[in-house]
Design a protein around this ligand. Sequence first.
Ligand code: ADP
Length: 627
Amino acid sequence: MAKRQFKAESKRLLELMINSIYTHKEIFLREIISNASDACDKLCYLALTDDGVGLDRGDFRIEITADKEHRLLTVRDNGIGMDKEDLENNLGIIASSGSYRFKQEIGEDTKDTGVIGQFGVGFYSAFMVADHITVSTRKYGAESAYLWQSAGADGYTITPCERDQVGTDIIMHIKADTEEEQYSEFLETWKLQELVRKYSDYIRFPIRMEVSKTRKKEGSPEDQPEYETYTEEETLNSMVPIWQRPKSEVTEEEYHKFYRDKFHDYADPQRCIAVSAEGAVTYKALLFIPGATPYDYYTKDYEKGLQLYSNGVLIMDKCADLLPEHFRFIRGVVDSPDLSLNISRELLQHDRQLKVIAANLEKKIKAELGKMLNEDREGYEAFWKNFGRQLKYGVVNEYGRHKDLLQDLLLFYSSTEKKLTPLGDYVTRMREDQKFLYYAAGESLEKIDKLPQTELLRDSGTEILYFTEEVDEFCAQTLRTYQEKEFRSVLDQELEEGAKEKAQEAADAHKETFGFVKEALGEQVKEVKASVRLKSHPVCLTAGEGLSFEMEKYFQAIQPEAALKAERTLELNVEHPAFQALEAAVKEDPEKARKYAELLYSQALLIAGLPLEDPSAYTDLVCELMK
Ligand code: ADP
């Protein structure tokens, strides 16, 4: 019997498969089972109109048998089957979309075999694990059955054979073990069970296999039981995925259990979002907001992404394109019959349908978080504790591209509410004449409370947002405004209209003193001003435009060599007795006045949480003045 040759491109693909160094060889089973499932689908569909089929939906099945002795792994289905022409057309050439795309993508670069497993390469992937494949098949309605046999790139034969049952057996002779690869594993029950559960759990037909089990021998005594092994056919897959079931029929506990099992989390999810979309793209999605921060969440080891299924078949474990960076904490699955199984990761990125799904999901997630914020503040605060920082990063990232989406979801600590508050609530509480959203940045709530600059505003009952994370100020700077109200730093910026003039007036009245202090401090400060924001404190330090002191500390910690410094302006409270003492000294004892100036500046640095250039000089100064 003359061997038939594969078409040129098929041959090349086959060679790639046979010599594959790809580590995920195991995906071959997924491919073979998918084909079997498709074949069942086809005959099942035919049965709707053709009584001759004689099978109901519940009669279809896929059977796996492993014969270790002969190293044969068989996947059998009672689907539509193939006739001679089908065999020739389907298994002789690569006409299928997936394989064709694969060929295009891989081009001439045969070295890059690493990409193989990322594709659905269909039937040919079996050659990654088998050195000889026999297909025994009989098509529904056909008279005769056929054997298709091939040992790889050399070609294949098609011969008539005896076979009563309609359907197909794919019989794979598993390769001998090598140093790198334990092919024998693919004949082990546990391995096959594992692979079916991993890749084909939601195939709609039962995948059956003889599984050997142990039981207590009948009649053996309870205290000294004897055991025997027996085999039993078992369905390996769970068939109906939880996301395909109507939401109203699934209990919360079922969702939670699914989440814990699937994503290996010890904690229940905080929220489940079930999505069922029809229209431009049809898909089901089941998303979860984790109830705890994964231990590696803020490290580079954490990989975002959703599990992607097509008709219950796993295509990708972590499809990153389905989630924007700012919602990277979401876990879940997406299942769409519109996605072809045969797409590579690269191709997926450009997949229009995928983009549509991703955009829809982003909206759903945002809506769910918004709902939680309004209806379950306590729950939202717990979420915020876990992932709030991520949302703030989201605002700052990409030059604020996503700020409109995220700004309503932010929480900051409020000086008047004494708890976290959304910006929307702050604006609602603003007095009619209040122009700005006030904030103060510092290391902790307690420290900010003690800052001299916050005192006056707080006394007047003005609400101040306390920023204690390094990203907070960047966040405010990126937002710039919220509901058309500008953000203002209580520490560094003008608090009200006309403040400048008022300060100027005060400074003019004490011109000599201010000039003296500036001269005494030299380059250490950019300016010395009269303050309109101080009440009981004599001094404070304010930063110029752009970099604040908290930002300076942040950069100092991560990038000390850059020596980034915020501009320093010393503000003096002309009403304070210390200022009056200074003024008197300027007139009577300039040497002493110099020391006072240094002292006040050092105090301002300390209050701002900035390091003193020379701490021992400072203590000397204090002691000297005590004399
Ligand atoms: P794809 O599944 O992407 O079409 P494959 O190489 O896996 O590519 O399969 C090629 C074709 O062979 C299938 O489209 C199908 O027509 C046929 N085929 C494969 N396996 C079976 C099977 N078990 N029963 C019937 N037809 C099959």
